[in-house]
Unconditional design. Structure first.
Length: 408
């Protein structure tokens, strides 16, 4: 059962039938999945959701697939951790960490990929493909293996070795491209026109892919006892996740599953690739593309496809934006690890360092209930830590040597 009405153009509102297509033929605006909320309202309830599987598929009434069966590696329903130590460090009263380091391939991308490839299978597409900064490659490779689909995955050749290995192991075709992500992305947009029966998860099936991010909003609200948070901090690469978290909160309110949506949404970027944050901070009404230069590779999209919509969402919800240096994001990784026991990748460091900035600049208020989205696992970017981490001391293998350290 699916409650999808079709695809609608975000710019001119024209409707399109469900297909592997992502842009309006008239105005080139991005297409977006629309639902029959009246029909959903009749079948959905807090209880029906709570009785579902402990994965993103507990929200299948609000996802664009027919669920027969969906592609499932156990993605989603990740912990929402109360972060009291970090909160008191920052002077906040109610802080939570949405711990998406725990997904099957270690990042939030499993949410969008399970939805995109479930839909691709339903549409009869047999090849999975994507341009990726690393995490998407990892997730598409795993899900394609699981689905028995062929895979063509395109990544910048300078990606961390770890991330290459984590995708290559799943056996699809991993194509290293001599260029940065924006060039890889452009190549895939061109390839998607030639190979239009392939599912480029974030290109021609992007409308379905994007819907997966709504589950980040659904889960937080359910895990807060069906209460909306006051303020969330979301990392931005293409900006899709941020806009869909907003759509997710809106849908719960529309369906009467939560109170009205007044959640403030703030964006987090690395200074070396911060086109959305810079546009917000300089009050610009357009996004200026940049050439990425940051260790936060999973967020390094210099020309973000949904950047404008992310900026609009931040503004209309009364949120803010922060851009943090590589030094600050590494400190963010350390701070989260030592206060809460969660090891995040560089994108998570960006979120925490941005949280710190947004609190100290007064954008986030001390009494707000705040959720920080930690979207990737630290094991993915160990290389970024360099020699910043190591043993506290080195001793000789005898008691005296240790006691000397202990009483130093
Ligand atoms: C891709 C990614 C994001 C952001 O995704 P967009 O929807 O493109 O903004 C955030 N965190 C991590 C770890 C990612 O891999
Ligand atoms: Zn249009």
């Amino acid at each position: 059962m699916s409650f999808v009405e079709g695809l609608s153009c975000r710019e001119c509102g024209r409707m399109y039938p469900i297909s592997a297509y992502n842009a309006c033929e008239f105005c080139f605006g991005p297409l977006e999945v629309t639902y029959d909320y009246e029909a959903i309202k009749k079948v959905i309830s807090r209880e029906s959701i709570e009785a579902g599987p402990q994965t993103i598929w507990r929200y299948s009434d609000l996802l664009p697939t027919k669920a027969t069966p969906n592609l499932d590696l156990g993605t989603g329903y990740t912990p929402l951790l109360r972060a009291d130590h970090l909160a008191s460090e920052l002077g906040l009263r109610n802080l939570y960490i949405k711990d998406d380091t725990r997904n099957p391939t270690g990042s939030f991308k499993d949410r969008v990929v399970s939805v995109a490839l479930s839909k691709a299978r339903e549409l009869g597409l047999k090849v999975a493909a994507c341009p990726s900064t690393g995490n998407l490659a990892n997730s598409v490779a795993a899900h394609a293996a699981r689905a028995g689909m062929e895979a063509y995955i395109f990544v910048p050749a300078n990606l961390e070795h770890n991330k290459i290995a984590m995708s290559a192991i799943f056996g699809g075709n991993l194509i290293a491209v001599d260029g940065n992500y924006d060039q890889v992305n452009r190549l895939c947009a061109e390839l998607a026109m030639i190979h239009d029966n392939w599912a480029f998860v974030n290109v021609n099936v992007r409308p379905y892919y994007a819907e997966g991010s709504k589950t980040l909003a659904f889960e937080v609200v359910e895990q807060l006892g069906w209460q909306l948070p006051d303020h969330v901090v979301v990392p931005i690469a293409s900006g899709s996740q941020l806009t869909k978290i907003h759509k997710g909160f809106n849908e719960l309110a529309t369906l009467g599953l939560s109170e009205e949506n007044h959640v403030r949404i703030s964006g987090a970027q690395a200074l070396g690739c911060s086109p959305v944050a810079q546009a917000f901070l300089s009050n610009a009404d357009y996004i200026t593309p940049v050439k990425p230069d940051t260790i936060a590779k999973s967020l390094a999209i210099g020309n973000p496809a949904d950047g404008w919509y992310a900026l609009e969402t931040i503004r209309k919800t009364g949120g803010g934006a922060a851009a943090v240096s590589d030094e600050e994001l590494l400190e963010g990784i350390r701070l989260l690890a030592k206060t809460e026991g969660v090891f995040a990748e560089t994108a998570g460091g960006v979120t925490i360092a941005s949280l710190v900035k947004l609190v100290s600049s007064g954008v986030i208020k001390p009494d707000e209930t705040v959720v920080a989205y930690i979207t990737g696992n630290g094991l993915k970017t160990i290389e970024a830590l360099g020699d910043k981490v190591g043993p506290t001391t080195t001793i000789s293998p005898n008691i005296d040597s240790f006691e000397e350290f202990l009483h130093r």
